[in-house]
Each structure stands twice: as C-alpha cells, then as structure tokens.
Design a protein around this ligand. Structure first.
Ligand code: COA
Length: 159
C-alpha cells in the first residue's frame, strides 16, 4: 500500500526545523504533501502565495514532496488528497498539549485519519517562526535557521 501523509502548518516563514521534519517524513512515506494553511486566525507576515513559494524553495529537490496551499478543514484536505495520516512535529514537552488537542479534535472529525509525530534534530528544537522573525526584525542574522531566500525575504519585509 502506498502511504501519503500531510504535513500542515502556517510556515510564516518556513524554517530549517520544518524542512528537517519534511526530509524525515519523505524517507518514511511514499508521498508527503506539505499543506500551507491560509490561517485567518494568525496574522501572517507573508501572504499564502509567498509562504508557498518559500516552502517550495526550501524543499527543492525532494521528489516525493508536493507543496499546496489550503483554505479548508485539514481533515477535508487530507481526504481530498487520499492521505492516510497527518504528520506533526514535537520539539519539546511544551508542544504536547496543543498537539494532543489538535490530534484529538482531528480524530473526532475524521476517525480514519491518524496523526503521527516526529521530532526534529536537536539543533532545531528551539527554532520557531516567530522567534526567527523577531531576530530578523531587530537586525540579527538568521542564516543558521532558514534558507537564504527566506532570510532575504525576511530582511526586505521586516527591516
Ligand atoms: N521546526 C521549527 N519550528 C516549528 C516546527 C519545527 N519542526 N514545528 C512547528 N514549529 C513552530 C512554527 O514555526 C510555529 O511557530 P510560531 O508560532 O512562532 O509561528 C509553531 O511551531 C506552530 O506552527 P505550525 O506548526 O505551523 O502550526 P500552526 O499551529 O501554525 O498550524 C494548523 C496549525 C495549520 C495545522 C491548524 O491551524 C489547522 O489544521 N488549520 C486548518 C483548519 C482546521 O482544520 N482547523 C481545525 C483543526 S482541529
């Protein structure tokens, strides 16, 4: 059986922590769909199209990975794409409560879709998109945390 998984997020912007997780998932599953959420609740720095473009740039070269924007319920998007599971990252214990709630709610909505968790490499455990944005906005160097094109996009958007 071919296994397709969805890796959803806001990716505002994509970080090396996200790409590390996608690389891990792409080695385990036949197809990985990175689903970039419109996310009306979180005010985003980059538009949906910009976030999709930056994710495409950061993940170029992974053959079994596709990147899509979505504006619906995650479980509906997963079903439309015949995905069997949702993959999420757990960086620290502090992620657990929110992730547990999200996984539980998604299971209530779609009992046939599993949520799987992967952990990123330790060196990425403390990265988050908002910290990266804060550092960039204050003139710090974020090269270690994001793709060069993301760094440049942050510089021109936030400075
Ligand atoms: N490396 C680095 N950072 C990571 C990371 C990793 N491996 N995994 C998560 N993060 C960070 C993100 O950068 C982000 O940081 P920020 O809050 O500082 O911006 C934070 O963790 C969480 O972001 P993300 O993983 O993108 O999740 P999210 O909470 O923004 O996205 C969705 C949640 C999109 C999955 C959820 O809102 C959703 O499913 N929406 C669709 C609508 C829907 O179905 N809603 C009902 C759900 S029950």
């Amino acid at each position: 059986m071919s296994i397709t998984v969805i890796y959803p997020g806001t990716f505002d912007p994509v970080t090396n922590g996200h790409t590390d997780l996608v690389e891990r998932a792409s080695r385990l599953f036949d197809k990985v769909i990175v689903a970039v959420a419109t996310n009306s609740q979180k005010g985003t720095t980059f538009t949906l199209d910009e976030r999709v473009h930056l994710v495409q740039t950061a993940l170029a070269g992974l053959d079994n990975v596709t990147i899509c924007g979505f504006d619906s319920l995650l479980v509906d998007f997963a079903r439309e794409n015949r995905a069997q599971a949702i993959v999420r990252g757990l960086r620290a214990v502090s992620d657990f409560e929110y992730e547990f709630q999200l996984a539980g709610m998604n299971r209530r909505l779609a009992p046939d879709i599993e949520t799987l968790f992967l952990t990123p490499a330790e060196k990425y455990a403390y990265i988050s998109s908002s910290l990266v944005k804060e550092i960039a906005a204050l003139g710090g160097d974020v090269s270690e945390f994001v793709h060069a094109e993301v760094r440049d996009a942050l510089k021109s958007r936030l400075s």
